[in-house]
Design a protein around this ligand. Sequence first.
Ligand code: SAH
Length: 213
Amino acid sequence: MTSARTRARMVARLREEGIRDETVLAAMNAVPRHIFVEESLASRAYENTPLPIGHGQTISQPWVVARMTELARQGKHLQNVLEIGSGSGYQTAVLALVADHVYTVERIGALVAKARRHLRELKLTNVAIKHGDGSAAMEEPLQFDAVVVTAGTSVLPEALLAHLNIGGRMVVPLATEGKSDTQRLTVIERTAGGFKEQTLDAVRFVPLLPGMA
Ligand code: SAH
């Protein structure tokens, strides 16, 4: 149930369900999702379903991870990527295979430790994990080709837009205020003249919360 064959079937399903970017599909095929979930759930790791990762949080379903990565790439090579919400580290690992460097921020200390352990197990050395509130302004003067927010919000984390390179994009599950069931994957691209926004797939993420835990 956790074999390469099971994973290849998951990738075939992703393809059927509209994921087109071969670089993303190759990364989904390479990352063993079962090491990111509790051992008792490992046999369900390749189903297209979100699963609990402890502390009230969930690892997103594979389709959503693939879709966000595809939207972050837009068919282009990524140098630096910022992820908000490391959780189990699964989306981080997928990003680490399609980008030169991933910087990921998680507000729950226990999950930072977990994600670090998982990423070390995969020997991914191009990832930096930070314990912090990723929706707040960043102290580091870093610029990114993509910012991937893996928690839902109705308030755009505007402070992060300044950290996008021109041509770079933020992918964020954005909802109408007070209605978390209206979340849509939203892509905000930084252009030479400003920002361009696109509203796409309906999704369901745990909330982006302020502060650290
Ligand atoms: N990408 C993760 C799934 C994350 S679930 C994976 O592949 O497993 C969303 C995560 O966002 C949770 O771990 C939650 O603690 C974290 N989170 C919520 N608000 C945050 C914030 N302001 N800063 C950083 N992390 C946050």
